[in-house]
Design a protein around this ligand. Structure first.
Ligand code: UDP
Length: 330
């Protein structure tokens, strides 16, 4: 396939940077739009143009898209913490939903061929049936999930009225790092289980606070579907290439759930050290179990190639070991 040209918003962030790698690996040209509040310029591979701006900045979007040569947009830039969204709901609607209006309008103005949205399993809320099928009715239980659900709804109506094709990709638990060691996970502050457990094992952080051991699960800890970030990235490319067939909404997960305890055991095995743990109360907003059924994504040819928990943890561990201070402090 001949090289194409893409705009990636939030391309300096965790999942965005892995998508940029996937695009560059197949020879596509990439412009990243990122305000670097949570992304890292150092996460970008050589040859990528970085425009430091917010998605809300319509003038900059116009200037970037003006030459009409972009084939599509991958939209990652967003706030993404459930807990934070409970405390600051309006900021989530402004930055996630409001900014997407500006972006969708810019895509229309410039005749962009399609948009792939980074969405989330949080749109489902406390889904009764597990694994969660892609036709489960969304019922978000947080402003974060609601803000993304609203973007999906806008894309649906923009498609209906203006024929802007889109893919909404609902991630389960993004985890791991580029197997080649070129990118990894560096959130500040870090709130995710695997990097926190690794750093606790390596003695770089205090003991991991285990949020609840009284959940209605086999070992009393929450079950999540951890999906390798490189597999997520691959799904974006597949989704974009299928947009000619109309909009898609996919779940991205492996279909296998792992308890917090089993993740900690895997980190201990990989690191060869214990993960110091401090028992803590349940974290508000945490569902007991979140596991994906990804039938549509799989029917489109997507397969999680790094689905084993051992590989997810070992790639994350390798990156944390080679980047003890994250990006910028190797
Ligand atoms: N978790 C935990 N301690 C932490 C961070 C996470 O016990 O310091 C648990 C959390 O309650 C959830 C699972 O690990 O059950 C995954 O949490 P994470 O924040 O990584 O992702 P989420 O499922 O919230 O998207």
């Amino acid at each position: 396939m001949t090289a194409r040209r893409f705009l990636v918003t939030g391309g300096a962030g965790y999942v965005g940077s892995h998508c940029v790698l996937a695009l560059r690996d197949r020879g596509d040209e990439v412009t990243v739009l990122d305000d670097l509040t949570s992304g890292h310029a150092a996460a970008l591979p050589p040859g990528v143009r970085l425009v430091e701006a917010q998605v809300e900045d319509a003038a900059t979007l116009d200037a970037v898209l003006a030459d009409g040569s972009f084939h599509g947009v991958f939209h990652f830039a967003a706030l993404s913490q459930v807990g934070e969204s409970m405390a600051e709901p309006l900021r989530y609607f402004a930055r996630n939903t409001g900014a997407a209006i500006t972006l969708i309008e810019a895509c229309r103005r410039h005749g962009i061929g399609g948009l792939v949205l980074s969405s989330t399993a949080a749109v489902y809320g406390e889904a009764a049936a597990q694994p969660i099928a892609e036709d489960t009715r969304p019922n978000p239980s947080s402003p974060y999930g609601e803000s993304k659900r609203a973007v999906e709804a806008m894309l649906h109506w923009a498609w209906t009225a203006h024929r802007l094709p889109y893919a909404a990709l609902r991630y389960f638990n993004a985890a791991g790092a580029d197997p080649g060691g070129r990118a990894g996970e560096d959130h500040r502050p870090e709130t995710h289980l695997i990097p926190l457990a690794i750093d606790a094992a390596l003695g770089r952080r205090p003991p991991l606070r285990l949020f609840g051991t009284d959940w209605p699960t086999e070992d009393g800890t929450c079950i999540r579907d951890y999906v390798h970030v490189t597999d997520l990235a691959a799904a974006h490319l597949i989704a974009f290439d299928r947009l000619a067939g109309g909009p898609v909404t996919w779940n991205l997960g492996t279909g296998h759930g792992h308890s917090v305890r089993s993740v900690l055991a895997e980190v201990e095995r990989a690191a060869g050290r214990p993960v110091p743990v401090e028992l803590a109360p349940r974290r508000p907003g945490d569902p007991a179990r979140l596991v994906a059924a990804s039938a549509r994504a799989q029917a489109a040819g997507w397969r999680p190639r790094h689905a084993a928990l051992a590989e997810i943890v070992s790639t994350a561990l390798d990156w944390r070991r080679s980047h003890p201070g994250g990006y910028g402090q190797c």
